[in-house]
Design a protein around this ligand. Structure first.
Ligand SMILES: Nc1nc2c(ncn2[C@@H]2O[C@H](COP(=O)(O)OP(=O)(O)OP(=O)(O)O)[C@@H](O)[C@H]2O)c(=O)[nH]1
Ligand SMILES: [Mg+2]
Length: 217
């Protein structure tokens, strides 16, 4: 019986693939955001509201990565942005090669910001550079304030953290100070955006951040 250790070499070439993809998209002035979170934390809902709010300012395209189904891509298209669904053949993350295919199948000619809605989980997606310019994670209030302690890699590698379902705060013992302190310890420069995609609270700051990303490309 042979055991082949593929992890290292795969990661090495993935890093190169990711750099090449990032460079190509930079030349095309398209910002790629890698959006990560647990299943059901509110990625699609946040995207739908953001796309609607910014429809006259940012042209979005969304790559929906899931193990199965096409419901998220349909939901995004119904909201007026173009979208493509990719299935990951059971894999729990997207790598740079898969992201490249998704982004170019989506088509980048008429978009300012491409969003990869990564497969829902807080572990594997943090380990693979997708080629994105910006990594964003969502933590929803019902998941609890201790998640930075349990999934430190994800919290330490993101540029921005959106804390969503803020409207549910009164129902959960979510200690914001404790949570943000743990996050800042792992990642001092992270931007934190508390929002509710349901009520719209906090969405302005998040959307200003996105407008800044478009401007910087
Ligand atoms: N109260 C409240 N509910 C929300 C909010 N955002 C999302 N939800 C609800 O949370 C559930 C999951 O939201 P989705 O947007 O599908 O989550 P997701 O992260 O895209 O889920 P997957 O793609 O399956 O990983 C839905 O029932 C949403 O209506 C919010 O800000 N407030
Ligand atoms: Mg979704």
């Amino acid at each position: 019986m042979r055991v082949i250790e593929l992890n290292k070499s795969v990661t090495e070439s993935n890093d190169l693939d990711a750099k090449n993809l990032r460079d190509e998209l930079t030349k095309a002035k398209v910002c790629l955001i890698n959006l990560m979170s647990s299943p059901g934390s509110g990625k699609t809902t946040l995207l739908k509201r953001t796309i609607t709010d910014l429809k006259d300012k940012i042209r979005f395209g969304v790559v929906e990565a899931d193990i199965a189904s096409d419901v998220d891509a349909i939901a995004i298209e119904e909201n007026g942005a173009k979208s493509i669904q990719v299935h990951t053949d059971g894999m729990c993350h997207m790598d740079a090669g898969m992201t490249r295919r998704g982004v170019f199948e989506l088509g980048i000619e008429d978009i300012d910001i491409a969003v990869l809605e990564n497969v829902g989980n807080l572990i594997c997606p943090a380990e693979f550079d997708t080629g994105a310019h910006v990594n964003v994670m969502i933590l929803s209030i019902p998941e609890g304030d201790d998640k930075p302690l349990k999934y430190p890699l994800m919290f330490s590698m993101v540029d921005a953290l959106v804390v969503t379902k803020y409207d549910t705060k009164s129902f959960f013992n979510f200690d914001e100070d404790k949570c943000y302190e743990a996050v800042k310890k792992l990642n001092p420069n992270v931007r934190i955006f508390p929002v509710s995609a349901k009520t719209g609270e906090g969405m302005n700051e998040w959307e200003e951040y996105l407008l800044g990303l478009k401007k910087d490309m």
